[in-house]
Structures are given as C-alpha cells and as structure tokens.
Write a protein that binds this ligand. Sequence first.
Ligand code: ADP
Length: 487
Amino acid sequence: MSTKIRQKIKNKWKKRDPFNIKNITLFYFILFAGTILLLIWCLQGVFMNRYYEQMTIQEAQSAANQLERYYEDENKDFNRLALLTSVNNGMYIRLEDKGEVSIFDDGSYSNVSNGTYLFEITEARQRLESSRVGKISLRITDKHSDSLRLVYATYINNSRDAILYMITPLTPVKSTITILRLQLLYISFIALFIATMLAFIISSWLTSPLESITRSAEELSNGNYNVKFNGGMFTETKKLARTLNKASYEMQKTDSYQRDLLANVSHDLKTPLTMIRAYAEMIQDISGDDPEKRNEHLNVIISEADRLNKLVTDMLSVSKLQSNTATINKETFDLNKAAEEVEATYEVLNQSEGYHITFTKSKPAFVYGDFDKIKQVMANLISNAIKYCGEDKVIQIKLTRTSRKIRFDVIDHGQGIAEDEISHVWDRYYRTSMNRNRQIEGTGLGLSIVKEILTIHNADYGVESKEGKGSDFWFEMDIVKKDAGRS
Ligand code: ADP
C-alpha cells in the first residue's frame, strides 16, 4: 500500500474518531440491547421446551394432589373437579378404582373399562407398581404424530388400589411458538432501533455542552476573558462550567492586578529613584561642602532607599510565601510580647507626628508560631492603620484573651473600606479604588502577606470596616501551654 493511501486512511480514522462519546455510547447501547436479545432468543430456543415440560409436570402434580384430597373426602365432588381439571388444562384424566375405570377427557366423562392411551396407561402402571414413592412421570413419544406426551400416574389412597393417570401433550402448540417468534423478531428490531435512537439522543445531550465548553475554553486561551461557559443540563457539566467561569474570572482579576502592579511598582520605583538621583545631584552641586544640608539630603536618600527596599522585600515575601519556600521557625511565645515589640517601634510617631497610638495588653497568652512572621503581620496591620487612619490619627492596638484564644485588633477611624471591596483587600496587588490613584505609598502586597502568614498558622483573621467610619483588622490564634515545646 502506498504511503499516500495509508495516510489517507489514517486521516479518515482521525476524522471519524472511534472514541468520541457518540460512537462509544452507540456501541455500548447496541451491545447491551444485542446481549439482552441474544439471551432471550437462546432462552426461547433452548429452554422453552424444558421449561414448558417442567411447568406441565408441576401442574399435573398439583392437580393430582388436589384430586387426591377430593377423592379421600366423601363430601367433595371428585368427578366435578376431575372434569374441570381436564377442561382447564387440556388433560386426559383416568381413575382406576378397584378395577372400575372413569375417564375425564376434555369435558366429557365416561365410565368405560378401557378408553384411549392404552399403551401409555399400561407403561405407566408397570412403572408405578415398581416405584417406591408411589408416583411417576413419563415422557412418551407418539409414534404416529411424533408428538411428546407427559404421563403422570399416582396412587391416590393409602391402600394403593386407586390410581390416577394424567396425560397431557408436552410440546407447546406450534402456532403459539410461531407467534412468539414473530413477536420476538419485532421486539428485537424495535429494541435495536430504540437503543440506537437513545444512544444518539443521550450522546448529543452529553456532547453539546462539552463542545460548547471547549469552544469557550479556546476563546479564553486566546485571551477573551469575557467568554461565558455554558454547562447544559447535566449537574456535572454545569459544575464544570461554573468552575471554569470562576477560573476565567480569577484569571481576569489576576491579569488586571498584574497590570495594576506593573503600573504601581514602576511608579513606586520611579519616585524614590528620581528623588535619590535629584538629592545626589544636589549634594554634588550644592550641599557637598555644607555638612548640615548634606546630612539633610543624605537622610532623604536613605529614606527613599528604605522605601525601595521595602517594596522589593514585600514582593519577595509574597512570592516566597505563595510558593511555600519561606522558612517558618515555630516556637512557643507570648503574643503580648510580640505585639509589645512591634508597638514600641511605632511609639515614636506619638511624639514626632501627632499620632495617638494606644496599646492594651492582655494576660500572658502563649501561642505556637513563627515569632518574626507574626510580628510582620502585626507591623503590616499597624502600618496600614497609620497610612489610612485619617485626620484624628487615633489607632488602638489591643489584645483580648479568652480561655482558648487570643485576639489581636488594630482599630482606626479612617476612610474605611467599601462593602464590595472588603473581600478583595486580602488579594495580591489589590488596592481599594479610593487609594489606587492617591499618593499614599503602597504596593497592595501587605495584606496578602498577612493572609499567607496567618493561613500557615491556621489562624482566623478578618476585617470589620465601614466606609468613612474606620476599620478593625484582627486575627485570632489558639492558646497553647507555655512550655508546649513543639518544633
Ligand atoms: P497597600 O500597600 O496598598 O497598603 P495592603 O495589601 O496592605 O496594600 O492593603 C490593600 C488595600 O487595602 C490598601 O490599598 C487599602 O486600600 C486597603 N486597606 C488596608 N488597610 C486599610 C485600613 N486600615 N483602612 C482602610 N483601607 C485599608
């Protein structure tokens, strides 16, 4: 076969794709219907006769039992029941009672000594006489008509001088079989047709939401974040669509934060760099020989370098915490001590910049965590409160202890946070709309560092805030025993 033809066949198969949902559903539905039909056909062909024979023997047995009861009870009309049984079951019934013969055949009753089926009766009598259980059943083929008969014979009294014979044809009526076969044939076609239709319908139901989701995903991969995923009617596909919608929303958010960050960071980097350059030039040109001025300018340079340092450190912190590469050294310490140390660094603002920072400790409360990282959390929350506290410059730092928990709060009376933005402040690079364009320094990274550290510590955290009234940022940790030296 030439390679061209082989390639053609390969492409055709690729296009057909035997493993798509439609083909697989169709295959299994037809397989299922086919197996059931095959089973029915086999049962019909192989077991029908045996089953029919078994049923007939059981019927004869139960009729004989009933007749025996009637025979032994003088008050009951044996003849009537025998007649009824012969009519209802198409049976030939013969009773030999101390030499007297009664025959019940298809509704007629005769009291003759012989009757038909003599061969069968003689055969059955011989067998019955040599049988120990007192009942026998025989299958006898009629030589003339080639049809099978069941002969059932039993003693129906204890003295064994009354014998009941029952003869019934064993092969089901031919026409019944033909009708059954024909019906089965129709059913087979209908079942196969329904299976095919169902396979098509179900596979279309299944594939259409999947195809639509794939189309949307392709659009999303091309950068269209506004695309909506539609899950169709199934719970699973709806769930998938919901998850993808959420993912695309998150991607969009991250993308816009990333862009904001780039703008913020480049602005934040540019400002101190410009200042550093300007002051360095000033020192070079003007204040180089004036120690007082030179020091003043050098201080500006140092503080701007600090700002740059903080920005870069924050970015590093976030990326380390988020990629789980930050080293965490856990120990047991009093949360009051950590808060005290952090607060002390801000106290200078009370004197120099007119802030009113108050600090309320609780009774000692030991927690298990990374001392420096928890201090970093506190410092971030306090410096945010300082940045956003507004005109009254009042900031409350307090620790409250309950029997099992210790809570740290930083409360300010500043601008607060709008309700629809409150859940986003913990996101990376997020700055509320109020601050985005203002000159307040910030990267939008502080709170995401807080969130990452507190999550590592399994601590609860949150913020209660009202726009224009102020905010209360808090976190809460489990209290442990003072010497719970787990490390
Ligand atoms: P930033 O460096 O911008 O302060 P953060 O992650 O620390 O970044 O804070 C994210 C945003 O949350 C801030 O830009 C600000 O809009 C808001 N925010 C944080 N703390 C406060 C506060 N105490 N009062 C009002 N808004 C706050």
